[in-house]
Design a protein around this ligand. Structure first.
Ligand SMILES: Cc1ncc(COP(=O)(O)O)c(C=O)c1O
Length: 457
């Protein structure tokens, strides 16, 4: 019997079992390593997501080049996940490999600024808008510092987020709606974070206005288009109203472009002419070499300079907003970012990835139609997402309702068994700077094969 996605459930279940068995049988080296690793690492992985993100066991990677990665069983995959956007420059892009090798020879970590940092900050200012920049090692840390600055600047504590968001693993953003109330998202988080966050649905301006009305919100942290619950596009006028409402409420606004920066050369901020108080970047800006960044106005930047009354106690400036880390803005990350931004993430690269993104979206829609399914596709630049319902949802709650985790897991393992590394369920396929038309066509061919197979039952 077909379920809401239009797929025959029994047929899908049988196919899933067969694909899972094939996946394990064809990867003896990965399975043996996983067994060995369980003794030295919880769940047998160095970071729990590596086990969490996939329903099938993780494969152990050997290397990657361009749009492909290879596992230790010598399976090569066309990579449509690109490491959750962080490999948008492609794997091991030559220019960055050279720059990183050069910097390794010159030393990578001094706790002193390197000139590359100025070049990167100047470039980011010209490309994205905000004149002042600070650097961390990840977007999580950039968001954490942005939240602290906003709290200091406004004298308020509450952070407002959109349902279905992900902004990293900082306590302040790891909250969800549970029966309409804000609650910690996972275990190990203090209950107090619930009181410091508010969550509304994306595109719901009425709820947004009501949530800002008490004038206790320090910061709204938003993606321009939401990317972690499918690709959810803003409705006409949403961002203008978001800006107006935050200004009226004395609330600061941060646009998190960590993912969406892959959609356009100046991010969706520049493409759509958005205004914000902070702009957050990460993942691919240094071609996957760890680096996070946030941009801000000169007025907010002044908060980072110790205020007049600050005193230095045991080397720590008391009265300074809490930012910084030993490895942040290290010379290696900055050298990688300089080359990634100037030589890899060029305007031409974004024109090409956007054209490939359009090709991918058109091809996905055609395959869906051929299979007689009522699914829909959203696309922005080189990034796309297929929803299992006829119209793309407008917010996180409806996106969750429309989804079918089992079906996503089946698509992923079906594709992995045929040499394509499909994206995570929340994200959707993305082309990198290294992808070609032939790569997109191969992906579409396999997607077509999948929908034909799964609707056969
Ligand atoms: C929009 C957004 N912001 C921030 C982050 C956190 O990035 P990182 O895990 O590199 O700290 C993510 C990660 O997926 C993200 O999607």
């Amino acid at each position: 019997m077909a379920d809401l996605t239009g797929i025959d459930v029994e047929h899908a279940r049988a196919l899933h079992e067969a694909e899972n068995a094939r996946f394990v049988a064809e990867r003896p080296a990965s399975m043996a390593l996983l067994e060995r690793a369980r003794a030295s690492m919880p769940r047998g992985v160095p970071m729990s997501w590596m086990d969490d993100l996939y329903e099938h066991p993780p494969v152990w990677v050997s290397h990657g080049k361009g749009a492909r990665l290879t596992d230790l069983d010598e399976h090569s995959y066309l990579d449509m996940y690109i490491a959750d956007m962080s490999a948008f420059c492609g794997h091991a892009p030559d220019q960055v490999v050279d720059a990183v090798a050069r910097q390794m020879e010159r030393g990578i970590q001094f706790l002193l600024p390197s000139e590359d940092a100025i070049a990167v900050a100047e470039h980011l200012a010209g490309r994205y808008g905000p004149p002042q920049w600070q650097f961390t090692l990840s977007a999580t840390q950039a968001n954490t510092e942005v939240i602290r600055l906003a709290r200091e600047m406004t004298g308020r504590e509450v952070v407002l987020l959109f349902d279905g968001k992900y902004h990293g693993e900082g306590d302040a953003t790891l909250v969800v709606l549970e029966n309409g109330r804000v609650a910690p998202e996972m275990r190990g988080l203090p209950g107090s974070i619930s009181g410091q966050a508010r969550i509304v649905q994306f595109n719901d301006l009425g709820s947004l206005a009501a949530a800002l009305e008490p004038r206790d919100v320090a910061l709204v942290l938003a993606e321009p288009a939401m990317t972690n619950a499918g690709l959810l596009m803003p409705e006409d006028g949403f961002h203008e109203e978001l800006r107006r409402l935050t200004r009226d409420a004395g609330t600061l606004l941060a646009i998190d472009e960590t993912h969406s920066l892959v959609c356009a050369h100046g991010g969706l901020t520049r493409a759509w002419g958005l205004e914000s108080d902070f702009l957050v970047l990460g993942k691919s800006i240094a071609a996957g070499v760890p680096l996070g960044a946030y941009g801000m106005s000169a007025e907010i930047g002044a908060l980072i300079a110790p205020p007049e009354h600050s005193r230095v106690v045991s080397g720590v400036a008391i009265g300074e907003v809490a930012t910084g880390g030993t490895l942040f803005a290290n010379a290696l990350s900055m050298a990688a970012a300089r080359v990634a931004l100037l030589d890899v993430l060029t305007e031409g690269a974004f024109q090409r990835t956007a054209a490939l993104g359009r090709r991918m979206a058109v091809g996905l829609r055609e395959a869906i139609e051929r299979a007689g399914l009522q699914w829909s596709v959203a696309q922005a630049g080189g990034h796309a997402y297929y929803f299992f319902e006829p119209v793309p949802p407008r917010d996180g709650a409806s996106s969750r309702l429309a989804d079918d985790p089992d079906l996503r897991a089946l698509i992923r393992v079906f594709m992995a068994n045929r040499g394509v590394w499909e994206s995570g369920w929340w994200l959707g396929p993305t082309v990198s700077v290294a992808h070609t038309e032939a790569d997109v066509d191969r992906y579409l061919e396999l997607f077509g094969e999948f929908v034909a197979e799964v609707t056969r039952g």
